[in-house]
Every structure is written in C-alpha cells, then in structure tokens.
Design a protein around this ligand. Structure first.
Ligand code: SF4
Length: 418
C-alpha cells in the first residue's frame, strides 16, 4: 500500500495558501521537517499543535494575557485594520485548540490595543481540507500571477515555468478571471492571444476594444521579447538627454530608517553615493543628500514609481530647507512613462523586470526590495557591515538599472521621431 506523506500546515503556509495555492505548496515542500523542528526548539508554550486528516497543524501565539479573569492567547497584528487573513489565522488557532480540547479566548493586539476575536472554526476546517486536496495531488498548482508575487521567493521560478508553458497569465493585465474567459474562447497560449482580433477579444472578455488592443500588443511583446512604443503622438512622450542626470532610489527598513541611493551621470562618468537617514539622526545626511543633488541644480532626478517621491516629500515636510520644493520639481517618474507609453515583455512593470528585459542584471542574486528592508532593519540592530554592503551594492544596481531603462526609453522615442 502506498504510504501517504504527512502534510505540515503552519501559520505561514496557511497565510500563503490564502493568496496563492502554488506558493503554499512550494513552501511546504521546501521546508518540510524544518518547521516542526523549529517549533520544538523555541519556547513550546507558544506553540499549539494537533493532527488532523493526515496533516500536522502548527500555530504560534505571540503572547498570553489575563482578560476578564481568563487566560487569553494574543496574536499580534501590525495594522489597525483586522483583515480576513488575520481572522483566518485566529480561526486556525482556535481549531487546533478545539482539537486539543484546550480552548482559550483569542485576542488581536493592534496598535490601538487588544481586540477580542470571534473565530470561525468551520471556515478554518474548510480551508484545511482544501489544502489537503491541493497538496495530496503531489503536483504544484500552476502560477496565478497577482500583486502577491512581488516579494515572493518563487517569482523567478514561476515566471520561467509560465514562460515555458506559454501560459497566458504571463500577459500583463490577465488575472485569473480574464484567463478563464480567454481559455473559454479558445485562446490558450500567448502566441494565440498575440494574433487575436481585438474586437473579438473585447467581446469575449467584456472589455473595450482599446483594452483588448493593449492585451494583444502585450502578448506580442512577451511572445517576441520586443518593446513597443504606444501613443507616440501624445505630447507627454518626451524625454531629454542632459549633460547631467541623477538616478534616485530609496531602500526602507521595517521602521523609520532609510537609505537614499543616488547615481550622478555626467558625460563619461557615473558617481554613486548613498545616504543613511536614520530615525532621530537624519538631518545631517539629509543635508548632504540635498547638497549632492544640487551640485547640478537643473539636472533631472529620475526615480521609479511613487514610493521614492513620497519618501522625499515626507522628509521635505520635516525639513526647513527651502531648496526642497525646487528639487521635487526636477523629479521624473520613469514608471509612469514606461507604463503609459510602452509595452514591455514583462508580467509586472517593476524596475527589476523591466530592466532585466533589456539584459540588465543585478550583482546581488536572490535579493529584492523586501530583502533590502530586512537587511536594513537587521543592520540597524547589529551594525554588521556586511549587511550594509549588500544593500548598498543592490541599491547602486537599482540606480544603474534605472539609468539603463531611461536610455532605452529615450533611444526608442528618438527613433520614433526620425
Ligand atoms: S510568484 Fe506568484 S504565482 Fe508564483 S508562487 Fe509566488 S505568489 Fe504564487
């Protein structure tokens, strides 16, 4: 008789399953065994464990408090809003307690204080049975691309898998619903979508023809690995090549500590500098940063997406330096330009994917913004220089990637004007 492998479900796997079945499956396979070991090494009183339907269930409590003369298990929530995933995690914990016949009240600890939880054990049970069904197949579910993929450790693997399969969810703008509609209409590969009639596609998908044209072009871009310039007659499709240009990128720690990276491009030279703006002692580095970007006070400062600008505005609001307003006027968002006027062979228009599509590679492998955040948070505590050096190297490459993307964009715009 074939032996059925035990499935391990802990808080992380459950949380992943809510956003992506594939991620949960890969995580469970990757760290099977290590999770149980970890829970045994740490303080056991914070772990709840039970067996159910050939699954080992593990849930961790952050604290215990006395509430209304009753011992109460506490789960930390770092936001004011209690989301569905928090409620499911609490229900999972309640379900394990119920299996152990050791039911305690559960509370969320939010920045606003303790909030009592009303767990739905039936819901937790349903999800667990679904996990069992998915995991027992022994085959990883196909990727379902969404915003959850941005910081997922399996991102590269999923993109490679989907590209090989010609999976249509590799087309930017195709989520689960649209994928089903396309498959129902008989389009199952990227190549087929790239040759589709936009009018028919619009009808099948319930979208307008303009949106369908964009999807067809996006499919063509992925299929041929080519960039396309769209709306080229729009007056906003403009970019100038200056003698001096700055490229700016911010890394943020989990708390209020920041690393600002800036690359200055002069005719034949690039200079990179970074500035550490640490909580309660940011002023000196802030001034150094402003002085550096003001060496060439008319040079544009390129950045990617709103985050860098928002951080800049945050410091501007705390600063009395009168130059900041003028500096902010020099900010130019490359994401905005790329997303509105270009179709690029990527699933996500992140700087990383866009720059990689033109052959740029980061020197630090398996690193992303999330890793940089963890490293910066850890460095602040430990002052381990190797952690900082990794972030700096990664940030410098972010700035260089931005420069490469800007060059590609400006070259394509120039070509279209000829
Ligand atoms: S990259 Fe996206 S699709 Fe792949 S496992 Fe992660 S969340 Fe799921």
């Amino acid at each position: 008789m074939e032996e059925i492998e035990t499935i391990i479900v802990n808080d992380e796997i459950l949380k992943s399953f809510i956003s992506c079945h594939r991620k949960a499956f890969l995580l469970e396979k990757l760290e099977k065994g290590m999770r149980i070991q970890n829970s045994q090494q740490e303080n056991e009183k914070f772990y709840f464990k039970a067996e159910y339907e050939n699954m080992v269930l593990l849930s961790k409590v952050d604290d215990f408090v006395e509430m209304n003369d009753q011992k109460t298990a506490v789960l930390n929530v770092h936001s004011i809003t209690i989301r569905e995933r928090h409620k499911i995690l609490a229900s999972f914990l309640a379900f394990i307690m119920k299996l152990n016949k050791n039911e305690l009240p559960i509370s969320f600890r939010t920045p606003e204080g303790l909030k009592i939880v009303y767990p739905r054990v039936e819901k937790a049970k349903q999800i667990l049975l679904k996990i069992k069904e998915t995991f027992s197949s022994g085959k990883a579910p196909n990727p379902t691309f969404s915003f959850a993929c941005r910081n997922c450790p399996f991102h590269a693997e999923c993109v490679e898998f989907a590209s090989k399969e010609g999976d249509i969810s590799m087309i930017n703008g195709i989520g689960e619903g649209r994928k089903k509609a396309l498959q129902k209409a008989g389009y199952s590969t990227i190549n087929e979508v790239s040759k589709a009639d936009p009018k028919l596609l619009a009808k099948y998908m319930g979208i307008n023809v303009q949106q369908a044209q964009k999807i067809v072009l996006q499919a063509l871009s992925v299929d041929t690995s080519k960039w396309f310039l769209v709306n080229k007659n729009d007056k906003n499709v403009k970019i100038f090549n200056r003698n001096y240009e700055y490229f700016f990128d911010v890394e943020k720690a989990a708390d209020e500590n920041y690393l600002f990276g800036v690359l200055l491009k002069e005719k034949n030279k690039v200079t990179y500098r970074y500035f550490l703006l640490l909580e309660n002692e940011w002023k000196r580095e802030w001034e150094n940063f402003l002085n550096f970007v003001n060496v060439h006070p008319r040079a544009p400062i390129y950045h990617y997406d709103v985050f860098d600008r928002n951080v800049m505005e945050k410091f501007a609001s705390m600063s009395s330096n009168r130059n900041v307003g003028r500096i902010l006027k020099r900010f130019q968002d490359m994401y905005n330009l790329v997303k509105r006027h270009f179709v690029v062979p990527v699933r996500f228009y992140s700087l990383k994917d866009v720059a990689k599509s033109i052959g740029f590679n980061w020197r630090v492998e398996n690193f992303n913004g999330y890793e940089a955040m963890k490293h910066l948070t850890e460095w602040k505590k430990s002052k381990d220089e190797s952690l900082l050096q990794r972030i700096v190297k990664y940030n410098e490459d972010d700035c260089k990637a931005l420069m490469v993307v800007k060059e590609k964009v400006s070259e394509m715009i120039k070509q279209s004007e000829r």
